[in-house]
Design a protein around this ligand. Sequence first.
Ligand code: NAD
Length: 245
Amino acid sequence: MLLKNKVAVITGAASVRGLGFATAKLYAEQGAKVVIIDLNAEASRAAAASLGDEHLGLAANVSNELQVNAAIEQVLGKYGRIDILVNNAGITKDNLIMKMSEEEFDKVIEVNLKGAFNCMKHVSRIMLKQRSGHIINMSSVSGVMGNAGQVNYCASKAGIIGMTKSLARELGSRGITVNAIAPGFIETEMTDVLSEDVKENLLGSIPLKRMGQTKDIAETVAFLASDKAAYITGQTISVDGGMGM
Ligand code: NAD
């Protein structure tokens, strides 16, 4: 039991085929009390209930600071502490730059980058008082390498890496670690929408010659939240089959 009795908040974890839910499931198996925060209250509650009675599902739009604050207060009310925060909620709105609207750019930054900021801001306060905690942010191989048609998404995911390093420096002296994960091409609803041609092309650029599974990512998110990773902070761990090297 890597995470026995740890209280873990995971955003964007109500989609049962997604990376967030795979992480929530593994965390629950490893003994954590899991809080799922996602857009839809019913979906969040159902996802949390499927893991067992001691878990909690809440609704919040991570890009809305007031909603994030209210959700975090509910977590504190129920469990009294937060040991782990996983900023996983994320969206894409792909387009070539000439066609990308201001709204497509802003929305992706608001959810992927400001959403993580909002959650880290409120949870940092709690972790600072506790003098312990682990924050794990979901970046992407696209944030490391760039990707045509994704200037908004890549900017948000590269921004996550910068925020991770900055916060690791701010919180390190209080025993709090902050790391990022850069997943490669993983089988979820986010990648289901890609055409067979695009998928074929991407597979050609992966040394391990397969798409990643959600479990591949969840295992790394669990490791970074455990005592085994106590001396790792400010890092971005690539879990991408070698795609981004
Ligand atoms: P997904 O689309 O399956 O799940 C994303 C979840 O985030 C959904 O449950 C959605 O409801 C939730 N969400 C969206 N906007 C939200 C908001 N404003 N507030 C709260 N919740 C919100 O995505 P996924 O493929 O599981 O990806 C999870 C994370 O991993 C994302 O940050 C994504 O960018 C990143 N990622 C995914 C891949 C991949 O190949 N799937 C690769 C690299 C990085």
